[in-house]
Design a protein around this ligand. Structure first.
Ligand SMILES: [Zn+2]
Ligand SMILES: [Zn+2]
Length: 115
């Protein structure tokens, strides 16, 4: 037993970069599943081939398919955020859009009734 055992974790590993959290952009050690700062998942599994990709990536590094859901789902998340980040202008925009749609329907119904 003359040889010292190699350290399990060297301070600088250029081949293993840190994983940047897609939510809060905090740097996390490689191998962690969730962000140490906000608890968000750092990886996302490709729904096509199952390859585990870093969450901030837009496309699967294995098959090249889009990793994230459709535009509508992202928009829905923006309009209805989980919590805390509710912006007044988003709510206002939604209310205006709903009102405009409602008025349009009323106008159409009104015209149909007139004719
Ligand atoms: Zn985070
Ligand atoms: Zn894939």
């Amino acid at each position: 037993m003359t040889e010292p055992s190699p350290p399990t974790e060297s301070p600088s590993q250029p081949s293993r970069p840190e994983v940047i959290c897609a939510k809060c952009h905090a740097a996390n050690a490689h191998g962690a599943n969730t962000c140490g700062a906000c608890g968000a998942h750092l990886y996302v599994s490709c729904h096509h081939c199952g390859h585990r990709n870093e969450r901030h990536q837009l496309r699967c590094t294995s098959c090249g398919l889009r990793l994230h859901r459709t535009f509508w789902r992202r928009l829905r998340k923006k309009v209805f955020p989980d919590a805390s980040m509710v912006r007044p202008q988003h709510v206002l925009l939604l209310v205006v859009m709903v009102l405009a749609g409602f008025l349009l329907i009323l106008l159409i119904v009104d015209r149909k009734l007139l004719f």
